[in-house]
Design a protein around this ligand. Sequence first.
Ligand SMILES: *Cc1c(COP(=O)(O)O)cnc(C)c1O
Length: 374
Amino acid sequence: MNSRKTFAAIDLEAYRYNLRYLTSKACPAKVMAVVKADGYGHGAVQLARVAQEEGVEYLAVAFLEEGLRLREAGIKIPILVLNYVEPSSFEAAFENNLTLTIVSHEQLKAIEASMKSGTAMNSAFHIVVDTGMRRLGLEWRESLNLLKASIDIGLNVEGAYTHFATADEKGSGFVAEQLKAFLSFLNQAERITKKTLLKHISNSAGIMYIDNSYFDYVRAGIASYGLQPSSQRDENLRPVLQWKTCISFVKKIYPGYGVGYGQTFVADREMTVATIPVGYADGYNRHLSNRGFVIISGRRCPVLGRVCMDQFVVDVTHLDHSPKVGDEVVLIGSQGNESISAEEMAEWNGTINYEVTCAISSRVPRLYMKGENI
Ligand SMILES: *Cc1c(COP(=O)(O)O)cnc(C)c1O
């Protein structure tokens, strides 16, 4: 049931297309599909299935539970957990064949303690090297010691990675510095492991701007969703998500009439306004109050007054024929010759495209489609 015609339409063919495009761009490095945060709001299980079908060989998630969900859904390919996992949960990672990230000596001790059960011996690990993000991992020289300690206790350290802080700035000098530090680490790392490591460094912006041929993987998140990883647009990317709803009410207002909480919009003329049954509880950001636009009848209609929890009001005075309850409203996507991208909405919100799609809440049903029009 969808009683308010509100949904996020997820085009699995567009996702497939983006994966292929990024694969060709990163080649010979392979794409590790990053599906954390429920695939940036798109639905991790459905996208992971497509990625697996497409021959993607590695997935990445932020947290353990995200990996467990994919395993429960029958995803078989390796899954790297990028972020913090509490020691009492290590066992669940080992049992479900999730690849944990090694970040510190303290964590390594905890892994060693939980290895007594034996399962950790069979598990793969990647070590993360801090080359500038300052979030997780040790600096490269100390990381060599951490790697050695991991090998000494018998861990299967299968890979090593670091993460760019400024890859979205084309020609960034800091990217070159981070790359240099990581290569210094790698230069000695394989002497310690006595086998080759799966090496990866690039996020989406890194796929666009740096040569990844030395690396085994690139970690593609945002670009795989067809969203721009930097301000330099790549027109090959196809947005995977559209967000639509309908008009729930139409009325006329007159000079002096205020709209919504705080009456922050006041009409100075006779206007026709339409109510939209979506609010900040759906992830339609309150910063869009008096700032955002929607598309109705192929025309942009500005948001009037404050966005409420479950609804907001737009101006439809300028439309050629009077809109009716039930008419389609596009929040993100296209209608006629108009379109609103996640990037544009992010600008209105004062944020980035990543946050826009991640924020679309579970109250908005996801509708999965394969290329067909909606
Ligand atoms: C989220 C994340 C990515 C993906 O970044 P995008 O910019 O979305 O491509 C890659 N690597 C790590 C470590 C991440 O946390």
